[in-house]
Write a protein that binds this ligand. Sequence first.
Ligand code: SAM
Length: 272
Amino acid sequence: MAALPPLREVIARHGLSASKALGQNFLLDPQLLDRIARVAGNLDGRRVYEVGPGPGGLTRALLRAGAEVTAVERDRRCLPALAELTEASGGRLRVIEGDALDVDERAEAGDGAHIVANLPYNVGTVLLVRWLESQDWAPWWASLNLMFQKEVAERIVAREGSDAYGRLSILAQWRSTATIALNVHRSAFVPPPKVMSAVVHIVPKAMPEGVDPARLSALTAAAFGQRRKMLRQSLKGVANALDALATLGISTERRPETLSVDEFVALARALS
Ligand code: SAM
């Protein structure tokens, strides 16, 4: 890749002051950005779909790792800086202007792409749910490598029995492995956000047989919709659920956060 000016200079030259409305907190340290890119594994010659490249710090790290990158950015102010990066990339970067929520990312990035993003958490969680609820399993993406505020990252990887455990944990873990790969201190961002962040790494695993995803989703919605209540109360309205609990030997006096992902899967299978 051709030599590039420092990111700070690019940001100053293009007047890219961080916009709060767009949830912009930029990362500038190349070593940290290389570590984040490495979370996805060996990217040499692999395709990556990046959401929200901003001035392109993480994009540079992905290109340094040898990836072919398709990136979608909605802030038009960033496009001239990203065009310079496209120029330097020797044909390995393509930038799409637009809102990631409206992009057909599978068509744009192609099957087998790794997804990498440092996004505002509201957009990040909507996309995460979309990617995890993929109809096809194995899904079209090879891995998800996403920065979240730490509290959201902890909800994604939480185990039963913890306060953070809930619907998002089950969605992320019933047919994937989800880990926190890297904690990122708030001071690494410009400007620094109020909270700490973490990069979550999610890899698909075999889908349990005989489970209807819609059934599992409805079950967790009913169970965690009344988190403080025992299952005999919260699952009263779900047809056959109390019988299925009895058959599986799961006490109806338990609360939803005490059931493991495997127990929710077994329950959904019994009802599917
Ligand atoms: N990736 C850069 C970095 O790590 O320094 C920028 C990260 S900044 C937290 C988030 C970026 O996502 C911003 O550039 C913002 O404009 C962009 N963004 C926010 N919402 C978006 C959306 N819905 N679609 C595409 N990009 C979006």
